[in-house]
Design a protein around this ligand. Structure first.
Ligand code: ADP
Ligand code: MG
Length: 323
């Protein structure tokens, strides 16, 4: 029989009703909620909310096991993508991992899109130059992908490695799709999978998938308290598709997430990125970008399963990212 909200520990009829009124219609929706969101929606304490979420996770059977040797076998294949900045690379012990989701969050103009463009160039380089000899899928939700910028960065790479790279070839290996709304963005993952599958026969298979921005459409479309559950559930589903993609194709996943410096009436704490909890638990690496003097940006590694937190400074120059 289907598990209903009333079957969960610590959920009586009154709480179940409040949860439903706030859009938490299923055990799955609760399983992926954050304690803060749930406690606000149902007027219960955060610790009670946590207990309800744990109970929902057990019921929804989220999780599952595999043996450590299998995990180790997969981990051996992890590749490193160089950012082109030695400090940044050192912070990441060689570069950005494949088989992981890396979230870049920061204010407008903090360099998220610039890093995305630079990685779209670098991933195409051979291993000796810090690349993965791969192609790119770029899901562009804000219409900020710029081929001109790629060309400049390829010129930068040519100068840096003293090799005459052809910018046109680099552009041909970047597959860009505009996402017009959050549903479209989610649907594009199906095409991305197809393309990555097909690319296994290419000279340069897809090794990098960028979603810039991950959250903008969700932020614009889901406004207000009653929509939180729905939004988090959709984001969560999207992130799981991204995680699956990174595992299947041993790819780097870059997602961006804009945060605001000024208090935001709809989303509460301005220092917390939207989708905070969900992304925090799914993204493997989270980096917080801040503007510094001139073209300098500070990249702070906020959360990592195997690396210490750290900071590095990069410059965004006409020829791309440098130290
Ligand atoms: P966001 O975090 O909002 O995605 P961006 O990555 O778009 O921010 O960063 C925009 C900034 O990048 C600009 O303000 C500028 O400082 C820098 N930038 C963009 N294009 C160039 C360029 N061609 N040469 C040098 N700097 C650039
Ligand atoms: Mg941007």
């Amino acid at each position: 029989a289907e598990v209903t909200l009333e079957d969960l520990d610590h959920v009586g009829p009154a709480t179940a009703q409040k949860l439903r009124e706030s859009g938490y219609n299923s055990v799955e929706a609760i399983a992926v909620a954050s304690p803060t969101d749930l406690s606000l929606s149902a007027d219960i304490g955060e610790s009670a909310a946590s207990k309800i979420i744990n109970s929902a996770r057990r019921s929804a059977n989220i999780g599952g096991f595999e043996t450590g040797d299998l995990v180790m076998e997969r981990r051996k294949q992890v590749g490193k993508l160089s950012t082109g900045c030695s400090e940044f690379d050192e912070m990441m012990e060689g570069g950005i991992d494949t088989q992981s989701i890396t979230e870049l969050y920061g204010e407008f103009g903090s360099g998220k899109t610039q890093i995305a463009h630079q990685l779209a160039v670098n991933v195409q380089l051979p291993n000796e130059q810090g690349g993965l000899n791969g192609s790119v899928i770029f899901i562009d939700t804000e219409n900020t992908f710029r081929p001109e910028r790629i060309k400049q960065m390829v010129q930068g790479a040519s100068e840096h490695h003293n090799i005459d790279y052809d910018p046109e070839e680099f552009l041909k290996n970047i597959h860009v799709a505009r996402a017009y709304n959050s549903n479209h963005q989610i649907l594009l993952m199906d095409s991305a999978m197809e393309l990555a599958e097909e690319s296994k026969n290419w000279e340069q298979p897809v090794r990098l998938l960028i979603v810039d921005s991950l959250t903008a459409h969700f932020r614009a479309e889901y406004i207000g308290r009653g929509t939180l559950a729905d939004r988090q559930q959709k984001l969560n589903k999207h992130l799981h598709a991204l995680q699956r993609f990174s595992d299947l194709y041993n790819a780097v996943i870059i997602v961006t997430n804009q945060v605001m410096s000024k208090p935001d009436a709809f989303f509460g704490d301005p220092t917390k990125p939207i989708g905070g909890h969900i992304i925090g638990h799914t993204a493997t690496f989270r980096m917080y970008l801040r503007k510094s003097k001139g073209d300098k940006r500070i990249v702070r590694l906020v959360d990592s399963p195997n690396l210490p937190d750290g900071e590095s400074i990069i410059s965004v120059t006409p020829l791309g990212l440098t130290n």
